[in-house]
Unconditional design. Structure first.
Lengths: 257, 274
């Protein structure tokens, strides 16, 4: 199943946020969206996931989702969005409650998702008892439980410290390794984009337009090797040179707001 | 530079002094027995003032006289007669007002139409002292229990509705968006996200409405009832039986404390995740 951004334009009142953004995320592909602050990255993701109606254009799906997918487009949120009154197991089970599944089937899906994210021993723990990294693991586990075709990740690591970020990045690389699941990964962190994405969509300052789409010429496994670091750094510098001036302008605009 | 060393002295010659602790106070904590000790102290002083004749018992009977009055009320059966009448009015009135308030509060919190209509009416009617409506309610409903119960229900309804829709408004939007992103149906979002998310505000509202109900039952009974704690307190006042009057006040206070305890227990049970 492919996800298509078809000429998406969006305005919040008089404020133009996105202008004619078009690209396609093919099945199993990971596309990162980067750009200066306020360029509409998160707005674009909300539109792609059907949580926000665009002013013009539309998000579209091409092809059928995998037969076992209960929610083909599934979000992983920056702030985790966990139910504080539910424990880990209940949080992961939450999106399955309305699906036509027996208790045994639900249990199997929850167990599998918890196992894949290393949360099996924490199933009765409440979110407030977990660290930020573990909370995001619950968010990822919840997303995996519905067997998504495409993960929509909105800066999933930005609320975490650098060591936890590194650990979760390794988890993402592992989860996306087999190519069975695609992703749209919104981030302001160019290193994350270069580590994870097959292609990087660079947006301009508001209103966000596509400035360039950069392909990453390595497999994700190769990117973990020391020899690849120089190439990845060069790629990050290339992208940074595309957005640096606009990032400075965006920062000044925020300070004057 | 505050810590600059004077010229010509080496670091090891200087006097070492401990950094003064400046972080005391401004912590919202209380000592475990402080409140009880203070209460016991006040009662002891009050008792001493009464026993020594320092205070005229007609104006302020000693605590022992109040306890005696409560005991006599209990063994005569009058306590239960008055208390049961008040409890019935409070119970029915509170339940009716709470049920309507929760339903309307959720409607306002979840529906744009209900919000625009409901908030206008609530803003207009909430400030009215509900006891002022008792004569009108007597006219409508007769002189039995109904107008008193309706007065309590009205008072409870408005506070409940406001606390419920405020609670619904305070449910983090990201949780609702999360549920929507998983295609969770509206009813399940209300049941599994909005209801538990609004529960802290709803329980806080219960604390307020229980006090409102107590206030209104006493007021209504003082205006038009033969039995009930309010009627008893008024009768005792008219007959200058201040020990009986204060016995009624103590019973009201104990009732308020017990309701507070029940709500505390509910909060511990239902909001353990906080």
């Amino acid at each position: 199943m492919d996800l298509i951004a078809n000429h998406i334009t969006h305005r919040f009142g008089d404020l133009a946020v996105l202008d004619d953004v078009s690209f396609t995320v093919s099945a199993g592909e990971v596309v990162a969206i980067v750009g200066p602050s306020g360029c509409g990255k998160s707005t674009l993701l909300s539109i792609l996931g059907g949580l926000l109606l665009p002013t013009a254009g539309a998000p579209e799906l091409r092809g059928a989702p995998p037969a076992d997918s209960l929610n083909p487009l599934t979000f992983v949120f920056q702030d985790f969005a966990l139910l504080p009154w539910a424990n880990v197991e209940e949080n992961v089970e939450f999106p399955l409650l309305h699906a036509q599944l027996s208790a045994v089937q639900r249990r199997a899906l929850v167990d599998d998702a918890l196992r894949r994210t290393g949360l099996t021993d924490f199933r009765k723990t409440y979110p407030k008892q977990l660290s930020g990294g573990m909370r995001q693991r619950v968010g990822i586990s919840r997303a995996l439980a519905v067997k998504p075709a495409i993960l929509l990740m909105d800066e999933p690591l930005s609320a975490l410290d650098s060591q936890t970020r590194e650990l979760l990045m390794e988890d993402f690389v592992r989860l996306l390794a087999d190519g069975g699941m695609g992703a749209v990964y919104v981030t302001h962190n160019l290193e994350e984009a270069a580590r994870l994405a097959d292609r990087i969509v660079v947006l301009s300052r508001r209103p966000g337009r596509i400035r360039e789409v950069v392909s990453v010429p390595m497999t994700r496994t190769e990117r973990g090797e020391i020899a690849a670091r120089e190439k990845l750094l060069a790629l990050q510098n290339q992208i940074w040179s595309l957005i640096r001036n606009e990032a400075i302008d965006a920062e000044r605009e925020v300070q004057h707001a | 530079m505050l810590d600059r060393a004077p010229a010509g002295t080496s670091a090891k010659d200087e006097v070492v002094r401990r950094v003064r602790f400046r972080g005391a106070g401004f912590v919202p904590a209380s000592s475990r027995f402080g409140g009880w000790i203070a209460l016991a102290l006040v009662i002891a002083i009050w008792q001493a003032a009464g026993s020594t004749g320092f205070v005229n018992p007609l104006f302020l009977p000693a605590p022992s006289a109040i306890v005696r009055a409560i005991y006599q009320l209990a063994i005569s059966g009058a306590l239960w007669q008055h208390l049961s009448a008040s409890l019935l009015r409070i119970g029915v009135g509170w339940l009716l007002g709470t049920a309507a308030g929760v339903a309307v509060g959720f409607a306002i919190g979840l529906s744009r139409l209900a919000r625009s209509v409901g908030i206008t009416f609530i803003s207009a009617l909430f400030p009215i002292p509900k006891i002022a409506l008792l004569p009108l309610l007597i006219l409508w409903l007769g002189i039995g229990e109904e107008p008193k119960i309706a007065t309590i229900a009205l008072g409870v309804f408005f506070s409940t509705a406001i606390s419920v829709y405020s609670g619904v408004d305070a449910v983090p939007r990201n949780l609702i968006r999360m549920a929507q992103s998983f295609n969770v149906p509206f009813a399940t979002i209300v049941r599994k996200v909005v209801w538990p998310g609004a529960l802290p505000a709803i329980l806080a509202g219960f604390r307020i409405t229980s006090s409102v109900a107590l206030l209104l039952v006493v007021s209504a009974e003082m205006i038009g009832a033969q039995y009930g704690i309010g009627a008893f307190v008024l009768q005792a006042g008219n007959l200058m039986q201040t020990d009986q009057l204060l016995a009624g006040v103590v019973i009201l206070s104990v009732f308020g404390l017990m309701v507070g305890r029940v709500i505390n227990w509910l909060e511990i049970r239902l909001l353990h995740w906080r």
